[in-house]
Design a protein around this ligand. Structure first.
Ligand code: SF4
Length: 75
């Protein structure tokens, strides 16, 4: 796969989030530079817009991302 389209403005990729995980660099290689469609932040950003992604949502938080998107479909 290719780089995520949100790379340049994503707070996770640019180390702007509080409590960045110690494995952040590994996660960037796994998600941001390779398999971005699996990233929780990407899943929310592509539907709601990158500015709507919670600041405490990390790439592995896919269950939470799905809950956010499920709530949207119930509105
Ligand atoms: S954290 Fe997710 S949304 Fe942000 S750049 Fe990486 S893959 Fe894209």
């Amino acid at each position: 796969m290719a780089n995520c389209e949100f790379l340049t403005k994503c707070p996770f990729f640019n180390n702007k989030l509080k409590n960045m995980p110690t494995a952040a660099d590994t996660m960037k290689n796994i998600y941001c530079r390779w398999n971005f469609i699996k990233c929780a932040r990407y899943k929310v950003a592509i539907v709601l817009g990158s500015e709507e992604v919670p600041s405490n949502l990390f790439p592995r938080d896919t269950v939470r991302a799905e809950k956010i998107l499920a709530q949207l479909s119930q509105k």
